[in-house]
Structures are given as C-alpha cells and as structure tokens.
Design a protein around this ligand. Sequence first.
Ligand SMILES: Nc1nc2c(ncn2[C@@H]2O[C@H](COP(=O)(O)OP(=O)(O)OP(=O)(O)O)[C@@H](O)[C@H]2O)c(=O)[nH]1
Ligand SMILES: [Mg+2]
Length: 182
Amino acid sequence: MNTEENTAPRSFFKIVLLGDTLVGKSAILNRFIHGKFDPTIVATLGGNVETKELSMQNQPIKLMVVDPAGPKSYKKTRLRYYEGANGCVMVYDITNSQSFENLSEWYQEYKSVVKERGIVVILGTKLDLIRKNKEKRQVTSEEGLEAAKKYDAQFYEVSAKDESPEIQQIFEGMTSTLILEN
Ligand SMILES: Nc1nc2c(ncn2[C@@H]2O[C@H](COP(=O)(O)OP(=O)(O)OP(=O)(O)O)[C@@H](O)[C@H]2O)c(=O)[nH]1
Ligand SMILES: [Mg+2]
C-alpha cells in the first residue's frame, strides 16, 4: 500500500453546474473563471469544462468546473460530464419559477451518476434584474432557503452580470469545505 498516496492532501476537485437552459450557468462559470460577464455568450453545445488554480490555505488546488448544456436533448452527453464530481451547483433564474421547480429533476439526474453527492450549493441568479424591477421576481428568497434546507445545501442569490466578488467566494468556500471533508 502506498501510504503517501493515502495521506497526501487532495489537490483536485470537480464541481458540476446544473440547471435549465438559459438560467445562466455559463455566465456564472465565465464570472468565476474570467471575472467578467459576456452578454453575447450563446447556448452551450455539449458542455464547457474549465479549470482554475486556487491557493487555499497556502496550498495550490485545482478546481474543475463542468458546465453542461441545459436542454433535455443533451442528457446523454451530460451524464458523462457528471462522472467523478465532488459536488454540484444547482442554478435557477430568480425571474423564472419553472427553472426553480425543475431543480428536483436536475438533482435526480446528477444523483443517478454521482452516488456520493458531495457538496451541494443552490444559486438563484440574475439578481440584477430584480434590483432594476422587483416585479420580475418569481421565486422568493424564502423559497430558495426552503429548497436549501430540503437538499441540505448552501443558498445564495447572485448576479453574474454585476461585478461582485460573490461568485468567486462561493466557489472558494466550496473548495475549502471539500478540502476539510477529503
Ligand atoms: N441580466 C442578467 N442576465 C444574465 C445573467 N446570467 C446570464 N444572463 C443571460 O441569460 C442568458 C443565458 O445565459 P447562459 O449563461 O448562456 O445560460 P446557460 O444556463 O449556460 O444555458 P445553456 O448553455 O443553454 O444550458 C444569456 O443571454 C445571458 O446573457 C445575470 O446574472 N443577469
Ligand atoms: Mg451554457
């Protein structure tokens, strides 16, 4: 037995973005990886995979974020993207209640591949649209929190459009938790 291998701290984790098409998964990935919002991003074909080097507790960690395409027709491809994931970020659009209701289907699809589900975060996104016009909100913060309780998940409302450090912090927080748990 190679004991060194067993005791060495893990330095690689994989997180999957889940959620309906158009909720804003790729925009979240783009904000995290490149620190910007690109309004011209088009629907993902198949999926995007990005890796970011993070320095956590003075230790280099590679975080892979997988961003599969949301449409139902891509299911076969998506299942392959889920393999080996250490956690997931379930994304819904705060201005679209259907995308919130569909989270349970996304969770089931993920769990059908990833038996030990790992860390789960729920993100309601496009918060900037609500700041502009409160009437656009279709999912309350309380409903988001309820879902988080149900899934034993963390919950945040974010905007990939706004220049806030939040999205970066959320991924770093997930990585810290994964380091502690692995
Ligand atoms: N105002 C606003 N628009 C956003 C935000 N995030 C994404 N969008 C817009 O919503 C649309 C869909 O975003 P994407 O990131 O492509 O959605 P997706 O979930 O990756 O979609 P698929 O790849 O089809 O699964 C795009 O027109 C984005 O510009 C946000 O935080 N605020
Ligand atoms: Mg996409």
